[in-house]
Design a protein around this ligand. Structure first.
Ligand SMILES: Nc1ncnc2c1ncn2[C@@H]1O[C@H](COP(=O)(O)OP(=O)(O)OP(=O)(O)O)[C@@H](O)[C@H]1O
Length: 704
């Protein structure tokens, strides 16, 4: 903890002092198949041009075999490291078209370029530093035809120079994330085909990386720096590229901006006091001003082709590099100390708390050690008990296993016993059945001598026929009782009707001497002197009325009987339907008999087979023949009795007779109906007569 507090005393970084740094220049020679190369490498830092014997010296020379990784390690990595400490850095690729600038900066499928290597290095470094919060952001812009475009915005828009805050900045947390964003920029970048390069950059592109680091503990230094990775468009001889139209215009503007860069560099190289350097001549120089004459550690990476035909351009590139190497920048780290007393106090409190926790932790550790020592014995005992329990458990598990196995075996045996019992029962019932059949057929053989299949069928269907016979008998009984009922009713009716007839005839006899008429006659003659006659007439009328009431009652009874008769007729109909149904059933029975006949015939065949095969059984039959004779005689009689039960024809005859009887009943019923009609007519007449009587009583003031 004292160490952390000691850091607190340090208020300023040692990098924060401004100092002068030269622009570093490296030369990369593009591989070529040509034997006639324009220069020879003298050593790691110099080349000599063959034609002019001119010597060019740089900070590093990279031959054809050198990789981009080599360039990164030697020239770029040191600057990237310093960017993390707050310095600005610029890496610019400069050279003739098709000399390998984009190959060096962006890389290819074969090897990563300086851009990817720088990002990877920054991300790895940031992850390693634990005492700072770090943040990486990128923007990607292009200068095309003297206009600035933001490559991270989908629809390219022209931007103003020196307005870096207005560019789109994307935070980068991983290489994969960077690749995605960079891919978007590359898709929007201007490329075009020229005679010298199939995929020539038609613009200068600048990838800007903003690096911010904040210390987590005192002195809470915040560092902000920018790393610019610049892929310049290549200078091109318009005759060589044979550019026309848009390509020609692009080439012209590229050359113009590069010339402005050369002028600025040569002016800066002179390093005269109060000398005016015109950075405003082109957008490129305006943007690169901080890299060339400002607070930036800069590397100028020259790329040249060694083919003789590019001699002039390559020499010019090297001359430009020499000039750039003479440039000096005054650099210092961009860092500020966050003067936050509150933060410091909070930090100190936190440190104190951590110390307290550490003390508590130590005490607890000591206590734990004591407990550990104490509990060693207990632990041993527990261990022994545990081992015992484990052994017991194993024993119990074994026993359980055995019990389960025994249970399964028991269940299996039980199943087998059950199955055997079922088989045994089936065997017993089959055996019983067989012995029954055997006995039965044996009897047949004994009584008939030969087996008659028809006879067998009839015997078997005896039971069914008996049932039908019984049903018919029941029907017959029902018919008899019905007949009795009807005859009773007939008698009853005959009495009633006779009674009614008598009454009617009595009424008819008295009709000529109706009391009403007499009364009228007598009242016309002498109403006052005929009291006796009136009384007589009154009595007669009252009697007639009583009689009439009795008739009416009898008529009501007759009506009830009439209803009963109708009911009986309906029942007769139902009976008839029932008989029809029975006949149908009999036909079905006959069909079933046929099927049975067939199956019995099969059985007979089977039996004869058994008889042939089983000689022992035949012998036994012979022996037991006598004893069975009596039994067979009884059975024969039984069969004869059964044969006497009605056959189908008899049943039909019975049915026919029954139908005839029914017809007779119907005729009788019709007769009764006719009688009933007559009675109802008489009833109506009586009612009319009673009405007349009633009216006469009213007319003559006779009280009823
Ligand atoms: N060191 C190298 N090793 C292998 N191939 C290279 C190397 N340098 C460049 N090339 C190849 O040369 C061709 C041109 O390179 P590149 O496009 O990088 O040139 P350039 O200088 O960017 O051109 P321009 O200015 O027209 O865009 C490419 O096909 C590239 O793969």
């Amino acid at each position: 903890m004292s160490n952390i507090k000691g850091v607190e005393q340090q208020t300023k970084s040692k990098y924060n002092e401004p100092h002068v740094e030269n622009v570093l220049v490296g030369l990369r020679l593009r591989p070529t198949d040509s034997n006639d190369k324009i220069c020879n490498i003298v050593n790691e830092k110099s080349v000599i041009v063959k034609k002019s014997n001119e010597r060019f010296s740089f900070d590093n020379v990279f031959d054809e075999a050198a990789s981009s990784k080599d360039i990164f390690t030697k020239m770029v990595q040191p600057i990237v490291q310093k960017c993390l400490l707050g310095y600005n850095g610029s890496i610019c690729a400069y050279g003739q078209t098709s000399s390998g600038k984009t190959y060096t900066m962006k890389g290819s499928n074969k090897e990563p370029g300086l851009i990817q290597l720088s990002i990877d290095y920054l991300l790895q470094s940031i992850n390693k530093i634990t005492d700072t919060f770090s943040n990486l952001k990128i923007s990607y812009i292009e200068i095309y035809n003297e206009n600035i475009y933001d490559l991270l915005i989908r629809d390219l828009q022209e931007m103003k120079p020196n307005t870096s805050n207005e560019y789109r900045w994307e935070t980068i947390n991983s290489l994969i994330q960077f690749d995605e964003i960079f891919k978007l920029g590359e898709e929007q970048r201007h490329f075009g085909e020229t005679k010298m390069n199939d995929n020539s950059s038609r613009s200068h592109v600048i990838l800007q990386i903003a690096i911010e680091t904040r210390q987590k503990c005192p002195p809470f230094i915040i560092r902000n720096s920018y790393l610019h990775l610049v892929d310049l468009a290549g200078s091109e001889g318009l005759l060589k590229t044979q550019a026309e139209g848009l390509r020609r215009k692009e080439g012209f503007l590229i050359n113009k901006s590069l010339l402005a860069l050369q002028n600025v560099v040569s002016k800066l190289k002179e390093n005269k006091k109060d000398q005016f350097v015109n950075f405003r001549d082109s957008k490129l120089t305006k943007i690169l001003k901080p890299s060339l004459n400002g607070n930036s550690l800069t590397v100028m990476l020259l790329t040249i082709s060694q083919n003789n035909e590019n001699y002039l351009e390559s020499v010019n590139t090297m001359r430009f590099g020499m000039s750039a190497g003479a440039l000096k920048n005054t650099v210092n780290a961009n860092e500020i100390q966050e003067c936050n007393t509150f933060q410091s106090e909070a930090y100190n409190e936190m440190i104190e708390q951590v110390e307290n926790y550490q003390t508590q932790l130590q005490e607890m550790q000591q206590q734990l050690d004591i407990y550990k020592n104490k509990s060693v014995d207990e632990q041993n005992t527990i261990k022994q008990i545990k081992e015992l329990v484990m052994e017991k458990n194993i024993l119990i598990e074994d026993q359980l296993k055995t019990i389960t196995e025994q249970n399964i075996e028991k269940q299996r045996l039980q199943d087998q016993i059950n199955q055997l019992q079922r088989c045994n029962q089936e065997l017993i019932s089959t055996s019983n059945e067989n012995s029954n059949y055997l006995n039965y057929f044996r009897n047949i053989v004994e009584t008939k001598g030969v087996l008659n299949p028809k006879l067998m069928v009839e015997c078997i269907t005896q039971t069914d026929s008996c049932e039908a016979d019984q049903q018919i008998k029941v029907l017959e009984q029902e018919n008899v009782s019905l007949k009795q009922q009807i005859s009773e009713m007939k008698n009853k009716f005959s009495y009633e009707i006779q009674d009614v007839k008598d009454m009617v005839s009595g009424i008819k006899k008295n009709k000529e001497f109706t009391p009403a008429k007499n009364l009228k006659f007598q009242s016309n003659k002498d109403l006052n002197g005929q009291n006796e006659n009136q009384k007589e007439a009154k009595t007669w009328l009252q009697k007639s009325l009583q009689k009439t009431n009795q008739y009416l009652e009898s008529l009501n009874l007759l009506t009830t009987l009439q209803t009963q008769l109708i009911e009986q007729t309906k029942q007769n109909m139902i009976l008839r339907n029932f008989l029809d149904k029975k006949e149908q059933e009999y036909t079905e029975l006959e069909r079933a008999n046929f099927v049975l006949h067939k199956s019995i015939f099969d059985l007979q065949e089977r039996l004869s087979e058994i008889q042939n095969d089983d000689k022992k059984e035949n012998a036994w039959k012979m022996n037991s023949e006598k004893s069975n004779k009596q039994e067979s005689l009884i059975k024969k009689r039984e069969r004869q009795r059964l044969y006497q039960s009605p056959t189908k024809d008899e049943l039909k005859r019975n049915l026919f007779r029954q139908e005839q009887r029914n017809q007779i009943y119907e005729k009788e019923l019709n007769k009764y109906m006719k009688n009933l009609d007559q009675i109802s007519k008489q009833k109506q007449e009586l009612q009319q007569f009673s009405h007349h009587l009633y009216m006469a009583c009213i007319e003559n003031n006779i009280q009823i």
